[in-house]
Design a binder for this molecule. Structure first.
Ligand code: HEC
Ligand code: HEC
Length: 143
């Protein structure tokens, strides 16, 4: 009986000490944990209409070049639609005065467009002027 009273007192003490050292939770986002996330404001692309800006310098040899122009007027890429090809595709680049697709975008043996490259924006990305989310000390190897 005495022992169980001791155990009870000991646990009470633990709870009291525990409560005394309690600090309110602070979320790393700075806002209340239950508050809704604030989405960042949408930024305009740095580039404008294709044909109105220079290419962006590459930083290493195998880099997919970034897209220097805006892409907001183009439809989503679908299985059957690809507006990028209407300017960059092999039949169109010359008359559209656009850079032609890299040689690596064609199957070497047949010279046909490699369908694995259909979703251009999985490698090529348009640019906005936004601060880096984390520190980045990357240095390219193209001088
Ligand atoms: C209306 C024609 C047109 C369309 C459509 C178009 N582009 Fe372009 N693209 C250009 C032109 C012209 C340039 C040359 C730079 C400039 O003036 O913006 C270019 C530049 C680029 C470059 C840079 C190439 C390099 O060597 O640096 C990439 C990558 C690119 N476009 C990808 C795309 C992708 C991906 C799409 C589809 C989302 C697309 N483009 C749609 C005309 C077009
Ligand atoms: C799997 C990644 C990948 C995909 C998908 C892809 N590209 Fe590329 N692209 C590259 C890389 C890497 C380069 C750099 C040169 C090379 O390897 O051909 C490049 C180069 C280019 C260039 C510049 C060619 C040059 O002179 O070097 C253009 C323009 C381009 N791509 C347009 C497109 C378009 C339009 C699409 C969609 C139809 C596309 N790419 C899909 C990776 C990709």
């Amino acid at each position: 009986m005495k022992k169980s009273v001791l155990v009870l007192l000991a646990s009470l003490l633990t709870v009291i000490v525990g409560c005394a050292s309690y600090e309110p939770l602070v979320s790393m986002r700075g806002s209340d944990v239950a508050a809704q996330d604030q989405p960042p404001s949408a930024k305009d692309y740095v580039g404008k209409r294709p044909g109105t800006q220079p290419l962006v310098a590459r930083t290493y040899a195998q880099q997919p070049p970034v897209i220097p122009h805006a892409v907001n007027n183009y439809d989503e890429l679908t299985v059957t639609e690809n507006q990028c090809m209407s300017c960059h595709g092999p039949d169109n680049y010359a008359k559209k005065n656009s850079p032609k697709l890299g040689d690596s975008h064609f199957i070497a043996a047949t010279k046909e467009f490699d369908a694995a490259r259909h979703v251009c924006v999985s490698c090529h990305v348009p640019q906005v002027d936004a601060p880096a989310l984390v520190e980045n000390r990357f240095v390219g190897d193209i001088k």
